[in-house]
Design a protein around this ligand. Structure first.
Ligand SMILES: *Cc1c(COP(=O)(O)O)cnc(C)c1O
Length: 409
């Protein structure tokens, strides 16, 4: 029988036995690692002797975090990197070259949208944006230069859930790799490979870091895709086989861009991963309690949480995420002024922009994250001046409800 997520997280084997029998994997905060002989160092540089040489290319604490991610997800390969944005960028650059294109959902995390629409354009990689709720729109944009289909499990702050299975099917019919950002729905509730996702990327800064301790990201390769189908990778398949993507990632983009995770960060990420499931469940429970409260309260114009029975998206939340589509909610008051006054009165819930901290965090997206867009653009993206986004933490549910009650009064 497969053990529970937390049991598995707590029992991932060390690659070597620790000389002091440390129960918590140590922080190897050392840049370089010594070799016994010049023959050994030469063999290591030829790729014939596995050993650590330099922490930008490999570090024991970071690798232990990677091995935990592998065990917990069943991925063939896992790579930890410096941030969620680094994970997205490195994965895409390992797959695309100048002249290629990516088909992506228009509703992406803001900096991902900027990376794809602006930065990549400067280097000759085009992104074609579609509404991923309309499968025909995706199909119409695919051509023989399309290398990646890219989207997110749950969009933020619209909280729309893609039909992941339908999208991977379209991509695979055309021989295209699927890269999915699952930041909002971490591995404790989402099994990417079950739905045909080839490469999963996420920001470990959010849920996994264990309460906003450190910035990090991860790239997982499930070993499902035949790399011969991608002309940029095909020449490498003879040498690297099923690990072709990982080899290009590791030996080319990751190493040369220098986007490594530090040993200290990996240590925080390991601690966070160990208690991820517990935190996620408490936050989810709070979301349901808050949903019931919002449902009843006359000052709440509308609220959205696809995990709540009265909201749209519950079917897909059940199908893909064991009923837990992350722990972000949105709700509306009658006006922007009412939102501002309400937020200013909150005492337990904090005004901040991060997601999935242990603390509940609130923001008014219209006046902050989306302020650079015109009113029409914001409306097209489903952003309203009356809407607030709440990232629900692990506090006691009654304390959150009391805080909201007094702030609404
Ligand atoms: C935060 C976030 C990112 C970027 O992660 P960083 O660790 O801040 O670089 C990417 N995708 C999604 C969905 C996010 O929420």
């Amino acid at each position: 029988m497969k053990k529970n997520f937390t049991t598995r997280a707590l029992n991932v084997k060390y690659p070597k036995s620790d000389p002091h029998n440390a129960l918590q994997f140590p922080i190897y905060e050392s840049v370089a690692f010594e070799f016994n002989t010049s023959e050994d160092i030469a063999a290591n540089f030829r790729g014939e002797l596995a050993a650590h040489a330099y922490s930008r290319t490999g570090n024991p604490t970071v690798e232990y975090f990677e091995s935990k991610l592998k065990v917990l997800t069943g991925a063939r390969q896992a790579m930890a990197v410096s941030s969620g944005m680094a994970a997205i960028n490195l994965a895409l650059l390992a797959l695309c070259e100048s002249g290629d294109n990516i088909v992506a959902w228009r509703n992406l995390f803001g900096h991902s949208f900027a990376l794809l629409s602006t930065t990549y354009k400067q280097f000759g990689i085009e992104t074609r944006f579609a509404n991923f709720n309309k499968i025909a729109e995706i199909e119409a944009l695919i051509d023989d230069k399309t290398r990646v289909i890219y989207f997110e499990t749950v969009t933020n702050p619209q909280l729309e859930i893609a039909d992941i299975e339908a999208i991977t099917k379209i991509a695979h019919n055309r021989g295209i790799v699927v890269v999915l950002d699952s930041t909002l729905t971490p591995p404790a509730v989402f099994e990417a490979s079950k739905y045909g996702v080839d490469v999963e990327v996420f920001s470990t800064t959010k849920f996994i870091s264990g309460g906003a301790t450190s910035v990090g990201g991860a790239i997982l390769d499930y070993g499902l895709y035949d790399w011969k189908l991608n002309p940029n990778l095909a020449p490498l398949t003879e040498r690297f086989g099923a690990d072709t993507f990982y080899a290009r990632l590791k030996k080319n983009v990751f190493r040369n861009f220098g986007s490594c995770m530090t040993a200290h960060t990996a240590y925080f990420q390991i601690l966070g991963l160990d208690i991820l499931e517990l935190r996620l469940k408490q936050s989810y429970y709070n979301c349901l309690e808050l949903g019931d409260f919002f449902d009843e309260h006359e000052k709440i114009v509308q609220f959205n949480y696809p995990g709540h029975p009265s909201c749209e998206g519950k079917d897909r939340a059940d199908k893909y995420f064991e009923g837990i589509p992350g722990t972000i909610m949105t709700f509306d008051l009658e006006s922007q002024e009412a939102c501002f006054a309400f937020m200013n009165r909150l005492q337990v819930i904090r005004r901040a922009t991060n997601l999935n901290d242990n603390k509940s965090l609130i923001i008014h997206p219209w006046s902050t994250i989306y302020t650079e867009f015109t009113e029409t653009e914001r409306k097209e993206m489903g952003i309203r001046p009356t809407m607030m986004r709440l990232s629900v933490g692990i506090e006691g549910p009654d304390d959150l409800i009391d805080d909201i009650k007094q702030a609404l009064a």
